[in-house]
Design a binder for this molecule. Sequence first.
Ligand code: IPM
Ligand code: MG
Length: 361
Amino acid sequence: MTMKIAVLPGDGIGVEIMAEAVKVLDCLHSGFGLDIETEQGLVGGAGYDTHGKPLPDETLQLAKDADAVMLGAVGGYKWESLDIAVRPEKGLLGLRAELELFANLRPAILYPQLAGASTLKPEVVSGLDLMIVRELTGGIYFGQPRGVRIRDDGQREGFNTLVYSESEIERIGRVAFDIAMKRDRRLCSVDKANVLECTELWREVMESVAKDYPDVELSHMYVDNAAMQLVRAPKQFDVMVTTNMFGDILSDCAAMLTGSIGMLPSASLDANGKGMYEPIHGSAPDIAGQNKANPLATILSVAMMLRYTFDETDVAQRIENAVGAVLDKGIRTVDIWSEGMQEVGTTEMGDAVVAALREAK
Ligand code: IPM
Ligand code: MG
């Protein structure tokens, strides 16, 4: 089967990290005989500069025609003063909405080699393996009405809408319960049901979905407590499921438990397993073009793509093992560097992973 992959590097370090992921894809093609076809497209600021829109029509078509999409990162200082409707972030949000990628899986796994790189004590994070399931196409990110309006008294006021239908809550709930079934069967649903009606409904629907999963232990937590628990005792969690915005915030927090935000991959899936795969970090304009960015989150996103869209579990595992082997050798980009380790740049890190993949063949 041909695997048609749309490659969208985006902006900032997106371009550099994606080049390393493409090296891995090339290696899978030439060394492992996978029938991979890639085509590149522009998105984010790069799309705006060339086509006047963060999600150019040809990029959307390319993504729709592909079996899976690899995305780098979008955004940068250069585009910050643009109207919100054409900002780079809208390219990413447009892809998520147009492809109906409602289920965002963000695993936070601590590689044992990086226990010392976390800002938390090694005993708090060692052995960490948690999965955040974030709703991705609804909630306050997409709710209408939204905007900035002038009030009768002449003041401007900004407004957004947090809205979830029962069916939206139920479908993300089912994804989370299904994942929990394959793991430790513990699911924590995160909401703000003490204040927000919308998430009171969220809680109720999660309870009703739970009836179909008697083997999964469902618990509920308010988002403020969840943020605290994530840094206090993160190993208490197996799978967390939450809304679009809470998931955005909690996943950055979870990322730091693993040593660096440069380590976390993600999968955004539709109802049929088609997916877009991207690191959870942003375009980091402050270090763009300096060969400093950590490409491992993007490379690990390639592994997620092989697992979730193409069912190539074995190859996915090999990529993850190759990353482990590179870390075993003490090779580190600056974000995960610690005393005694060898500091390398983005391209050297990508080369090291490809070499480890070849060696283990
Ligand atoms: C993420 C990012 C995006 C989000 C931005 C870039 C729109 O922070 O994927 O977590 O808020 O979803
Ligand atoms: Mg985010």
